[in-house]
Design a protein. Structure first.
Length: 225
């Protein structure tokens, strides 16, 4: 270690000795840098490397380690890519898009995800392999990732591959109703009941119960009320 300087006898001086900044531990003060306002500190990284670091770089977070953290992240990314070998697949693209929507506040859809508290299952967030092990391969190019319940996050039991038609039936604006032991979008329940969606919707608007609206056959030439 370079010989440390005594701490200036100035009440405005901020002594960083003994403090941690990222992986750095500040060991001692080394005086001024190129300008008197640029204070130099001797720091020891968690990996054991010691070097001079500007105080401003420590306080602003510009310097968090000797460089070992970046090297480890780069190596980890390389290992992940080599492990699954799927970085150019639609499944990997879906995983990246999912994380962008839920984690990037600048994403164009952030208001529909981050602001609504839509989260990602922790194991999926940190591992594409774990995500892929659950969702599997995309069945066809027409399938995209969907949440079954749009009020819940990306988590086991709530994620599937679905076509655009299936997703359209599952929009938040669709009313969910009980039918044959399931909660279904009104349009889908009407289809299964063999009724026109507009008829069922009108019935509900007129005060019919869901059960009556879906189980009553349409009678020709008779006005329903």
């Amino acid at each position: 270690m370079t010989e440390p300087h005594p701490i200036p006898n100035d009440p405005r001086f901020q002594d960083l000795t003994g403090k941690r900044f990222g992986r750095w531990l500040v060991v001692g003060f080394l005086g001024n840098g190129r300008r008197s306002s640029m204070k130099m500190w001797w720091c020891r990284c968690e990996c054991g490397t010691e070097k001079k670091v500007y105080g401003s770089s420590l306080r602003t977070g510009q310097s968090k380690s000797c460089g070992c953290f970046h090297k480890e992240r780069t190596a980890q990314t390389g290992r992940e890519t080599r492990t699954h070998g799927m970085s150019k697949t639609p499944e990997f693209a879906a995983w990246i898009s999912m994380k962008q929507r839920c984690c990037n506040p600048h994403h164009q859809s952030a208001h529909n995800y981050i602001e609504r508290g839509i989260t990602i299952y922790r194991e999926w967030l940190n591992s594409f392999e774990a995500f892929f092990a659950y969702v599997g391969h995309r069945p066809t190019p027409k399938h995209t990732l969907e949440r079954k319940d749009n009020e819940k996050g990306y988590e086991p039991g709530n994620v599937r591959w679905a076509t655009m038609k299936e997703q359209a039936l599952n929009k938040r604006t669709n009313r969910l109703v009980p039918f044959q032991g399931e909660m279904l979008p009104l349009a889908e329940a009407s289809r299964r009941a063999g009724l026109d969606y507009g008829v069922v919707r009108t019935r509900l608007h007129n005060g019919w119960s869901v059960e009556r609206a879906l189980q009553t056959p349409v009678k020709s030439r008779r006005r329903e009320c």
